[in-house]
Design a protein around this ligand. Structure first.
Ligand SMILES: *Cc1c(COP(=O)(O)O)cnc(C)c1O
Length: 465
């Protein structure tokens, strides 16, 4: 399988080249040239199979040129062996007659990013075993990506890792989960800016041809295709458990960079019939407004109680735009150029209608999020973290407007990661898992840097020597 850029001006690449490239040279994102489609019988056959088996069936067609079957099975095995309940790593909890929560926080850093990041680290290791090359891993994080990446990458020999987070804008738990990982090849950068500044910094590094070539620069953000792919697995696994492919299961996804939501779309492209996809946002509701109007208009990022979604530029939405506009790289490139220049772009009514066939979108304010944490706790006994609560609030709105059938809301983080907000909403302390308690007591190491490309570039250039 080959991969093409959403902006059409970068070379088509193989899977391993895409993993190392991260972002395409033309600023676009890589997507498969076409999607492997599984028949209804093939989906049916996967029902009731172990997670590792479903993961193998879904990921194999995308990377079989890079890894033989035995190697891929071994990588999947190792990626998920460190999860807290290895035989049930994505528990489904019923919270209403047709309402379910899919818990995706049973990995080492208690957020859903572990599910993809652990696999990505296995992929890096597998590829480095095949080819000698420098590897400089960079990532921007609004909180959870960074810790998941650092945990996953701390064992990779020969890699240099740089993770940027917005200084003072991540929760204390999130910060400590990053800054307590201390190793010579790992550097935490606290950037004096927002998450979007961090992400822009990473994107600009990729435009730097020296960094790309001589450092072996790659990204662990969901701009990297290998971050999206492992996420396709849990949509399929959960949908099959709840009656797919016969029954159409819907999903609600607390959304920031749209990576998780795009993985759901990939499951559909692979032939799995699903119901509705509900995009849930916090007060940074650029996507809700977009689905109403067809105009993507960025405003300043505002800090919220669900910080992992404090984003105005949803990078992965570019992949969706490409798919929904007949894979026209020209249209996407014009839209992205306009967005960069003016902070705005729009889609035509046909594209908007096509998007609305897949998606509903709702947002929740901080007050509504806190209310939802309390409502869920009182009505169902389920304790949500604020991101999960944003999703549950969206489900509620969706049901009120007539949404029917089985709905799965993704729980993307453990409530203890955001204990202050959760305790504020329920008035009760959150039980902290043992693993996290130890992290909270460990010493920290971090480099605070100015929001200036030259400063960040020089820091990375000097440290990676
Ligand atoms: C990363 C994250 C999100 C946003 O996911 P995207 O794939 O960026 O849309 C939502 N909730 C939590 C808890 C996260 O860590």
């Amino acid at each position: 399988m080959r991969y093409v850029s959403t902006r059409g001006l970068a070379p088509t690449l193989s899977f391993s080249e895409v993993v190392f490239a991260g972002l395409a040279e033309d600023g676009g994102l890589y997507v498969p040239e076409d999607y492997p489609v599984m028949s209804l019988q093939e989906w049916h056959r996967l029902r009731g199979k172990p997670y590792a088996e479903v993961a193998f069936a879904i990921m194999r067609p995308f990377m079989h040129q890079a890894f033989d079957d035995a190697t891929l099975r071994g990588m999947i095995e190792r990626a998920y062996s460190g999860f807290s309940q290895p035989d049930n790593i994505t528990p489904l909890i019923q919270v209403g007659p047709e309402d379910w929560i899919l818990e995706l926080f049973h990995g080492p850093t208690l957020a859903f990013k572990d599910y993809a990041m652990q696999m990505l680290a296995q992929i890096f290791e597998g590829l480095l075993a095949q080819q000698h090359r420098p590897l400089t891993i960079v990532g921007a994080t609004s909180g959870d990506t960074g810790s998941a990446a650092l945990h996953a990458c701390r064992e990779i020999q020969g890699a240099q890792v740089f993770i940027l987070h917005p200084h003072g804008r991540v929760s204390e738990v999130q910060r400590k989960q990053m800054t307590t990982i201390i190793a010579p090849h790992i550097r935490n950068i606290a950037l004096q800016g927002t998450f979007d500044d961090c992400q822009a910094m990473v994107k600009q590094l990729f435009q730097d041809s020296e960094a790309r070539k001589n450092w072996g620069l790659t990204a662990v953000n969901s701009i990297n295709w290998a971050r999206i792919l492992p996420q396709v697995v849990y949509y399929a696994y959960a949908a099959l458990a709840l009656g797919a492919p016969e029954r159409k299961v819907s999903f609600t996804v607390p959304t920031g960079n749209f990576g998780n939501m795009f993985a759901c779309f990939v499951a559909q492209k692979m032939g799995l019939p699903l119901g509705r996809c509900v995009v849930a946002s916090n007060r940074n509701n650029i996507l809700t407004r977009f689905f109403q109007t067809g105009v993507m208009h960025a405003r300043a990022v505002e800090a919220s109680v669900s910080p992992s979604m404090d984003i105005q530029v949803s990078s992965n939405f570019e992949r969706m735009l490409f798919e929904i506009q007949s894979r026209s790289a020209t249209i996407v490139k014009n839209q992205m150029d306009s967005f960069k220049k003016t902070g705005e772009f729009s889609v035509d009514s046909g594209a908007l209608a096509a998007l609305r066939e897949h998606y509903d979108a709702f947002d929740a304010t901080d007050a509504q999020t806190a209310d939802m944490i309390l409502i869920m706790e009182q009505k169902t006994g389920y304790l949500c973290d604020p991101h999960t609560a944003v999703g549950c609030a969206a489900v509620r709105r969706w049901r009120k407007l007539g949404g029917a059938g089985v709905m799965v809301a993704l729980a993307c983080a453990h409530p203890s990661k955001f204990d202050a907000v959760v305790q504020g909403a329920t008035g009760k302390p959150v039980v902290v898992p043992e693993r996290l308690k130890q992290t909270l007591l460990a010493p920290e190491k971090v480099n605070v840097l100015a929001n200036d490309f030259g400063v960040v570039r020089d820091f990375i250039a000097a440290s990676r020597r």
